[in-house]
Design a protein around this ligand. Structure first.
Ligand code: SF4
Ligand code: SF4
Length: 174
């Protein structure tokens, strides 16, 4: 059986638009106009001297993850796997273990996130029933020179502090 191919006629292109050179010159004229304007008057030119001047991070901005803790410093995560199940990039790997401090039945003994696979969608944060995972670290620059170091584990996730106070975070509607 042959493939049922539907040919769609391209509409909306005038002969001038089909002759791409004219459109290219129009685009170049716009670019050149901006270049001259900015060259003659730099006051409206917005330049951030990164990395010396860091960008302001709003509370709702999703940065590198962290795991939150109870006031006594113990891990909040109950190893329910909701974040892992909801992760569209399949980049969270949790291993659950027994918990003996009476808080819950389970806790993670392994909690890895592969930052090279992560698409920073925030679904893990939304899925968590106990607010144990957040993306409020304010870390926007994740760089290294080997793939392995982009997989962050439980210790790293627990020791990274949040960039905002609890009030700011809650007010930010996160
Ligand atoms: S931000 Fe999205 S892709 Fe990244 S770990 Fe969370 S759910 Fe997965
Ligand atoms: S971080 Fe939250 S959603 Fe993920 S396993 Fe722990 S408690 Fe469950």
């Amino acid at each position: 059986m042959g493939a049922n191919v539907k040919t769609i006629e391209r509409k909306g292109s005038t002969p001038q638009e089909r002759f791409y050179l004219l459109e290219i010159f129009k685009g170049m004229a716009t670019t050149f106009g901006h270049f001259i304007r900015n060259l003659l008057d730099t006051r409206k030119l917005y330049v951030r001297h990164y990395p010396e001047v860091k960008p302001e991070i709003p509370v709702r901005w999703r940065g590198r993850h962290r795991l939150t803790t109870h006031p006594d410093g113990t891990v909040k995560c109950v190893a329910c796997f909701m974040c892992q199940t909801n992760c569209p990039a399949n980049c969270i790997m949790i291993e659950a273990g027994e918990r003996y401090d009476g808080k819950t039945e389970k806790m993670p003994v392994k909690f890895n996130i592969d930052l090279l696979e992560c698409i920073y969608c925030g679904y893990c944060v939304e899925a968590c029933p106990v607010d144990a995972i957040r993306m409020d670290t304010g870390i926007y620059s994740v760089i290294d020179n080997n793939r392995e170091s982009f997989v962050i584990g439980l210790d790293e996730l627990l020791k990274t502090p949040g960039a905002f106070s609890e009030e700011e975070y809650k007010k930010g509607g996160a």
